[in-house]
Write a protein of this length. Sequence first.
Length: 317
Amino acid sequence: MSGPAPAPPGQAPDASLEALSAGMRFGALTALDGVSLRVAPGELYGLVGPDGAGKTTLIRLLAGLLVPTSGALRVTGRDPVRDSRRVRELLGYMPQAYSLYGDLSVGENLRFFGSLFALPRDVFHERRARLLGITRLERFADRRADALSGGMYKKLALACALLHRPRVLLLDEPTNGVDPVSRRDLWDLLREFVLEGMSVLISTPYMDEAARCHRVGLLSEGRLLLEGSPERLVADFPHPVFRVDAADRAAAERLLQGRAEVVALSPAGRALRVVVAQGQAEGLAAALAPAGCRLERVRPDFEDLFLERTRVHGEAR
Ligand SMILES: Nc1ncnc2c1ncn2[C@@H]1O[C@H](COP(=O)(O)OP(=O)(O)O)[C@@H](O)[C@H]1O
Ligand SMILES: [Mg+2]
């Protein structure tokens, strides 16, 4: 068996996942525009970004399901298309869309994935028992996959992706539409596997999940806009953030939407949350005072950063 291909200059050889200026075009549409990132062994990397940002495309490239139109991908140093057989053994992949056989039961789905990876009988049974245990799906082993709740379905899909003990895991919005309890279960599971040394790339629309990752990359329109640990990114955020209370929230919102100082605006319970351009907070406060608005400075969070970078102005519901 040959070792991994030599790492390109400037890259440490031990990256579990790498995108090297990866680009992907579909006809005239550029879904990914030269994205570079790397995920280290034992790292949990979160990919966030609005719909259509290119998250699924990047994950499909890493899984070897698409061939990039420029740049390259590496899974533990290997090309996922040219070395697909080896990469398939190392990689677990949970697609965004339905990936299981709906008319097969929980147990039958697991058996199918076990046979795909030619797991010996005793190994399969041991892993099946462990995965059914930690996903709390034992009681549902005979239930058809298409009769499972959304959360149980996702846990089964994760169990199937983990059956062959992959070193690297790709998860495409695994918790989208999942209830909060199952969401916590899934994250507890993930944390366990990461502690055991697994590398995980997870895409998520949830900012609280992004904040739980070791590092986060923000993808927008096929480009990686920023990257870093959630704590660092928030600490480096240059814009002041305010909570705005007003007797008439709708009126305050209209007022804020039209102001040049406002970088991003979102609802926060009965108040509004406003990201303000650097150095312009005083002017804004003065302008809002006659309308009965009170401004209270708050700590930025990950969502503020996300809103500012993707330039989603206003649209408070
Ligand atoms: N197979 C495809 N053919 C044509 N366009 C595609 C295909 N897959 C994705 N796209 C387009 O590429 C862009 C990125 O899509 P996607 O990677 O699914 O984004 P995300 O997962 O962030 O929502 C979108 O504009 C999408 O419509
Ligand atoms: Mg997607």
